[in-house]
Design a protein around this ligand. Structure first.
Ligand code: SF4
Length: 308
């Protein structure tokens, strides 16, 4: 693990390519939550407050019912606090204080901001119960005006992918440097999605088609520990590790025949052995199916190269 506070992106990492790969992956497919389809700051604030203590799947129904009942800040501001707290309790949404704060925040928007939400993370924090994380989420998702989100998922992703040291100021800085300027809405959604469906505690790099495999330090080394994953998660480790090694060796060469690639992947490689050409062809074919590697079998010896 790196230790320097002055950690910087490795020279061989093309930051723009990293950004584009993640955004394309997110836009091609992601979990559909109804609050991802709105840019209404009130609706987004309600989803953020509800999901602080409740699993996202369960939040959907509560969020829809809440907004049916109180569709605007004006409607919520006019509500009886007891009704709002009663809703919270009956939907098992956690601390009642959050319902009280939300009610109070709606009043603030109506009375102090003339019904128009503030748009920056700093101003949003003036609202009752809105801390830095929630303020930034609302600024990002409603106004595309936020900073890079840094939560446990994002830290795990950055730590694994780029070997970023486990140090909060460094995570903040690196997350900010990695976010394409002015694109907090799509970026924060995308990187949180990566942490939520691919780079989970037990990662599913290949199954989820992680777009960062070709740069990922953990994928290359096979060490998938992270700040919140102190011991190596158990999964089909060795094959995954070998796939990572194939990718990392191919990064150094334009292309390699399988018998030249083999010994660089496994010291015990021998063309006709157990870990030989057929075994390697299987690994490389899987990587080709995943769109990471090209396998050219037109010549005498199959040749592998990274897809560009
Ligand atoms: S390749 Fe795996 S470990 Fe690396 S960022 Fe993707 S999901 Fe996480």
């Amino acid at each position: 693990m790196s230790t320097s506070e002055e950690w910087t992106f490795p020279d061989d990492v093309d930051r723009e390519a990293v950004q584009d790969a993640l955004v394309e992956w997110y836009e091609a497919d992601h979990r559909e939550f109804p609050w991802r389809r709105t840019e209404d700051p009130y609706e987004i604030l309600v989803s953020e407050v509800m999901s602080q203590q409740t699993q996202l799947g369960r939040v959907v129904e509560a969020w829809e019912s809440f907004l049916d009942r109180w569709p605007t800040t004006a409607a919520l501001a006019d509500a009886d606090r007891a009704d709002v707290v009663g809703f919270w309790t009956s939907h098992s949404l956690g601390y009642n204080n959050r319902a009280k704060y939300l009610h109070e925040a709606a009043r603030q928007v109506e009375e102090e901001y003339d019904g128009a939400f503030p748009e920056t993370p700093d101003e949003l924090q003036e609202l009752m119960g809105v801390g830095p994380y929630t303020a930034n989420a609302v600024a990002s998702f409603a106004f595309d005006n936020g900073d890079a989100v840094v939560d446990t998922n994002v830290k795990r992703v950055l730590y694994r992918a780029f070997d970023v040291p486990d140090d909060d100021p460094t995570f903040e800085r690196v997350a900010g440097e990695l976010m394409p300027a002015g694109e907090s809405r799509v970026w924060n959604n995308a990187i949180m999605e990566l942490g939520g469906v691919a780079c989970e505690k037990t990662p599913s790099c290949d199954a989820a088609g992680c777009p960062w495999r070709e740069w990922c330090h953990a994928y290359e080394t096979g060490d998938f520990t992270a700040p919140d994953v102190p011991t190596q998660p158990s999964f089909e480790g060795s094959r995954r590790q070998m796939r990572g090694r194939v990718v990392s060796v191919l990064k150094e060469y334009d292309e390699l025949g399988l018998d030249t690639l083999g010994p660089r992947v496994r010291v015990d490689y021998s063309p006709d052995g157990e870990h030989g050409r057929e075994w390697l062809r299987g690994l490389v074919s899987d990587l080709a199916d995943d769109g990471l590697v090209d396998l050219d079998e037109t010549g005498e010896e199959p040749v592998a190269r990274l897809q560009r």
